[in-house]
Design a protein around this ligand. Structure first.
Ligand code: NAD
Length: 357
């Protein structure tokens, strides 16, 4: 049966990078019989412009009716003055919540050709290949009660760190299953020495781990994990952690590779439906100039093929094509260094398509 992909370009460089990713999907359809159809929808500022809502009802409907979603990026200065509910980023938070996309997968992979791009020493990061699984729909970002109120004559702000057993269990399963397909090592990151919420997290991860005896499970406090990520990041294979710890650690991990334009992500529900997007934003400073690096978005398509469509061969074709264009010396401006060939966003997409043949 033909699978359906909702294509949501969004704002800024979103339409440019998504155009290149669509070229790659079209090439896989033409050359390798990939059986998918695509339909476009508006989200973020584009959604606001089209329907007065950063997540128009038609887009949500399209996303719900699709097997996977490919997203560019949202946001831009034009929308910064809108009331909070109408801002582009709200559309993104809402679609994640509406589709129950609780498991956020962020690989941090350093391509040997780009080792110079990292701020860390090449020997610390060369060959780096880690996967952070971050819980995305719970924790202190959503826990109740929350607010700012008057107590004892002054204002206090408060939030609630909260995880149910079932929330921890389902993301732990995702992480163990990913570890099974990789190096079979999983590190659960929390702060169980101080937080009851983390104590429960750890207990449930250990319980789930009994179903995956082949995976070596370890535990680390988040402060130590932050240190170890920059001290010796290659000790990690898969990391699983809650929403707020994952927010911070995954950004730190992404910068180990030094190139924001290279990093894809996936956000999955419990039926392998997923939304796939680059980790970067809409880059208004370079939007509309054909300068953006489309590789993070193209690699997000590889993740889609791997995690939603279970088509590892097609995913590897994209991964290999990206490696090939880097080895051939093609570089967009953000990863350019002397001696390599500077190309535009569209030329980079064309190079990947050529490498796929
Ligand atoms: P950003 O990621 O858009 O840009 C940071 C820097 O990286 C900029 O200099 C940009 O030019 C560069 N950059 C980003 N992606 C690139 C690419 N593919 N190729 C080459 N260079 C690239 O972050 P920002 O500037 O803080 O935010 C800009 C807008 O994006 C804001 O409105 C923000 O809210 C939004 N945003 C959206 C998402 C998302 O859609 N998931 C994520 C982060 C930020």
């Amino acid at each position: 049966m033909t699978s359906k992909i909702a294509v949501l370009p969004g704002d800024g460089i979103g339409p440019e990078i998504v155009r290149e990713a669509v070229k790659v999907i079209d090439a896989l359809k033409a050359n390798y019989g990939l059986d998918v159809e695509m339909e476009q929808g508006a989200i973020g500022g584009a959604g606001y412009d089209a329907a007065g809502d950063p997540l128009p009802a038609a887009t949500l409907e399209l996303a719900k009716a699709s097997d996977a979603i490919l997203l560019g990026a949202v946001g831009g200065p034009k929308y910064d003055q809108l009331e909070r509910d109408k801002r582009p980023e709200r559309g993104l938070l809402r679609i994640r919540k509406e589709l129950n996309l609780f498991a956020n997968l962020r690989p941090a992979l350093l391509y040997p050709e780009l080792a110079e791009a990292s701020t860390l020493k090449p020997e610390v990061v060369s060959g780096l290949d880690i996967m952070i699984v971050r819980e995305l729909t719970g924790d202190i970002y959503f826990g109740q009660p929350r607010g700012i109120e008057e107590r004892n004559g002054e204002r206090v702000g408060f939030n609630t760190m909260l995880y149910s057993e079932s929330e921890v269990r389902r993301v732990a399963h995702v992480a163990f299953q990913i570890a099974m397909k990789r190096g079979k090592k999983l590190c659960s990151v929390e702060k169980a020495n101080v937080l009851e919420c983390s104590e429960l997290w750890k207990e449930i991860v250990i319980e789930v781990g009994k179903k995956y005896p082949q995976v070596e499970l370890s535990h680390m406090y988040v402060d130590n994990a932050a240190m170890q990520l920059v001290r010796a990041p290659k000790q990690f294979d898969v990391i699983v952690t809650g929403n707020i710890f994952g927010d911070i650690l995954s950004d730190a991990a992404s910068m180990l590779t030094g190139s924001i334009g290279m990093l894809p992500s996936a956000s999955l529900d419990d039926n392998d439906k997923g939304m796939y997007e680059p980790i970067h934003g809409s880059a208004p400073d370079i939007a509309g100039q054909n300068l953006a690096n489309p590789l993070a978005t193209i690699l997000s398509v590889a993740m889609m093929l791997r995690y939603t469509f279970g088509d590892e061969a097609a995913a590897q074709r994209i991964d290999a094509a990206v490696r090939q264009v880097l080895a051939e010396g093609y570089r967009t401006a953000d990863i350019y260094s002397e001696g390599t060939q500077r190309v535009s966003c569209a030329e980079m997409g064309d190079a990947v398509v050529a490498a796929l043949r």
